[in-house]
Design a protein around this ligand. Structure first.
Ligand code: HEC
Length: 108
């Protein structure tokens, strides 16, 4: 079972919870385009290309949104990520999270 309905429900709840307003559902296709910015470190397949960066393919969508927002507000600090997310809108974050969450996780 893919659990697509569950993922949609989780994304909806995450968007409502995080924005406090109407849900903006992430678009994985748009996210794939935006992920070109992330590929040097996290890979377009979500499998990390540098030892420093975590694998994010198949990661939970809610967690991805939460992490990206935490880097944006400075609650979570990392020189590279703080810089990268400073250019992302809430819609970009939702799209990127939808894209990376849709990938197969790396098993090992
Ligand atoms: C220059 C390399 C680099 C680029 C480009 C980059 N990242 Fe990262 N990313 C990192 C590093 C390093 C970390 C780990 C930082 C830390 O320790 O908090 C990280 C952490 C993350 C995390 C947290 C993962 C976790 O398990 O907590 C997410 C989500 C993430 N990046 C998403 C993205 C997205 C989306 C993009 C593109 C818009 C992107 N990153 C571009 C290097 C990069």
């Amino acid at each position: 079972m893919k659990g697509t309905d569950l993922i949609c429900a989780a994304a909806f709840l995450a968007a409502v919870f995080l924005s406090g307003g109407p849900a903006v559902a992430g678009d994985p296709e748009a996210g794939r385009q935006k992920a070109l910015k992330c590929q040097t470190c996290h890979g377009l397949d979500g499998v990390s290309k540098i030892p420093d960066a975590p694998h994010i393919g198949g990661q939970n969508e809610y967690y991805l949104i939460k992490s990206l927002k935490a880097y944006k507000t400075g609650q979570r600090k990392d020189e590279m990520m703080n810089f990268i997310v400073s250019e992302l809108s809430d819609e970009d974050i939702a799209d990127l999270a939808a894209y990376f969450a849709s990938l197969e996780p790396k098993n090992q």
